[in-house]
Design a protein around this ligand. Structure first.
Ligand code: URA
Length: 210
């Protein structure tokens, strides 16, 4: 059975994440590292894609060789920081169908407010990977996955860079069927819903805004 939470302890992931946490890392460095880590995390999250076989002629002989089965997977970015994870994954899976869910966090209530959604069709027939670097309160992730389930998605996975225990618990309660893959499980949240020790605002660090 797929575990609800997988922390990818690979040394390269951990090393790159430490550099990303450093407040002195530049925007360019942060962006490049997020792209690189996303490739390594994508390897883990796609581990259970179904395979079938196809006939190929090698220079030596014909063989039945493994190939991905079924519809192209769907990659859903939670705007805006999700795009930083998505770019790298698309290099690995260039044929993936791509969707976006735009949610912002109301600073008072910390509740997600949806302002945009455009997702691929036939989600019921696709593995659907939702990406957002930070699983903090879990409110945005839960809201995005609610929407994707309404659109028919059944086989959903969530990929993030950092997770807080509060967000993992919220996901376990709302969407126990959605496995989470992350590079680290941090201590918890501050009063503004930021992850500690975390890395700050992922969107700001990725796009150089404040
Ligand atoms: N979103 C972020 O960008 N950072 C956090 O620490 C929490 C939510």
């Amino acid at each position: 059975m797929t575990p609800h939470l997988t922390v990818v302890n690979h040394p390269l992931v951990q090393h790159k994440l430490t550099i990303m946490r450093d407040k002195n890392t530049s925007t360019g460095g942060f962006r490049r590292l997020l792209r690189e880590i996303s490739l390594l995390l994508a390897y883990e999250i796609t581990r259970e894609l179904d395979l079938t076989t196809t006939t190929v002629e090698t220079p030596m002989q014909q063989m039945e060789a493994p190939t991905l089965e079924g519809k192209k997977l769907a990659l859903i970015s939670i705007l805006r920081a999700g795009n930083g994870l998505m770019d790298g994954i698309l290099e690995l899976i260039p044929a993936a169908r791509v969707g976006f869910v735009g949610l912002y966090r109301d600073p008072e209530t910390l509740r997600p407010v949806q302002y945009y959604a455009k997702v691929p069709n036939q989600l019921d027939a696709r593995m659907t990977i939702v990406v957002d670097p930070m699983l903090a309160t879990g409110n945005s992730t839960v809201a995005a996955i609610d929407l994707l389930k309404q659109e028919g998605a059944r086989n959903i996975r969530f990929l993030c860079l950092l997770a807080a225990p509060e967000g993992v618990a919220r996901m376990r309660e709302a969407h126990p069927d959605v496995p989470i893959v992350t590079a680290a499980l941090d201590q918890g949240l501050d009063d503004h819903g930021y992850i500690l020790p975390g890395l700050g605002d992922a969107g700001d660090r990725l796009f150089g805004t404040k």
